[in-house]
Design a protein around this ligand. Structure first.
Ligand code: URA
Length: 330
């Protein structure tokens, strides 16, 4: 008698194949379901015999073509790993659906052909190096926290800002101040959340403002040159499908271009083969609340959603005829 787990897995694989045949490219998966799939379930006594049976069936029927993970007879496969690898091999991309809407998962790169575990370990090693960095002595002396970055290391979409501000320095998290709250609202309007994208910065330390207790300053070219290699490593590991550069400094740090953001925004660029959308920094939208600017920003985000082949509702398309609530102060 097959276990419920094995039956469900078979059904899921069959269903994914049917969807693929119907031309679907995405499936919605609730984020809790994805989290559950990542957990290690207790060993299933039925699994070994199921897998062994399936393996010999596959050997005798190679034309079957089901996207099951390869299972060698006699081995004791891990069901969770099998599901993960099934989803990884899934003929269509798996996108999680969180309470607020979409969450693009599993579409990012694996960091140069690494396994998931190797990628996570490489990311952690990078994080440790960054947290210990004292290359910019003035910044290291003034900082409370290094702000490494946050989000999903498999994200298909990555946002890059300028540098941490006071709140980010205090909390060690990117984009948590006023501009960050606006970014969170923008993500929500796109049907995303902070956990389903990756958010990083050109600088990992707050630019110091000696003699001042508050205020921000633009990173110097030398600070950018020193810190950007860390960001490059992050991007290489994450392997996002699309990058969004928030503001002129992000564009300058990534592309070396000093063209005004007003001219560049909305026009696709390429960073190491990755499509990059330059757009306004959310802090600019807080400062300049003109509807025209907010509309331009939203149009850039619609381009990003299209590029990622995310579903776009009529409401999202018409956001600006209905005064998008996410881009207003309250
Ligand atoms: N502005 C940025 O560019 N990055 C942050 O993390 C916060 C504000």
């Amino acid at each position: 008698m097959p276990s419920k787990f094995a039956m469900l897995l078979d059904w899921t694989i069959g269903h994914l194949n049917e969807l693929k045949e119907q031309g679907h490219r995405f499936v919605h998966v609730h984020s809790e379901t994805l989290a559950a799939l990542r957990r290690q379930p207790a060993p299933d006594p039925h699994w070994t015999s199921q897998a062994a049976a399936r393996s010999s069936a596959q050997q005798s029927e190679p034309a079957d073509g089901a996207p099951l993970p390869a299972v060698s007879a006699g081995a004791a496969p891990d069901p969770a790993q099998a599901v993960q690898s099934t989803l990884a091999q899934a003929p269509i991309q798996v996108a999680g659906e969180s309470a607020g809407g979409w969450e693009l998962r599993g579409a990012g790169g694996t960091g140069g052909g690494r396994s998931r575990e190797e990628k996570a370990a490489a990311f952690e090693a990078l994080r440790k190096r960054v947290l210990a960095c004292v290359r910019c002595r003035n910044l290291a002396a003034a900082r409370r926290h290094v702000v490494f970055g946050a989000g999903d290391i498999d994200a298909a979409l990555m946002f890059v800002g300028e540098a941490p501000g006071m709140e980010e320095d205090q909390q060690g998290e990117p984009f948590v101040g006023a501009a960050g709250q606006l970014l969170t609202k923008i993500l929500q309007a796109m049907g995303l959340d902070r956990q389903s994208v990756y958010i990083g910065n050109i600088l990992k330390c707050r630019p110091d403002t000696p003699g001042q207790s508050s205020g921000n300053r633009k990173p110097t070219p030398s600070e950018m040159q020193t810190c950007v290699p860390f960001l490059e490593e992050q991007i290489d590991l994450i392997g996002p499908k699309v990058l969004v550069a928030l503001g002129a400094t992000a564009v300058e740090g990534l592309l070396g271009k000093t063209v005004g953001i007003t001219r560049l925004r909305g026009h696709w660029q390429t960073y190491r083969g990755i499509p990059l959308m330059p757009t306004f920094h959310p802090a600019y939208l807080l400062y300049n609340q003109a509807r025209t600017e907010r509309r331009k920003f939203w149009e850039d985000m619609l381009q990003v959603m299209e590029r990622l082949q995310m579903p776009i509702s009529k409401k999202q398309r018409a956001y600006f005829s209905a005064e998008g609530p996410f881009l207003t102060r309250r």
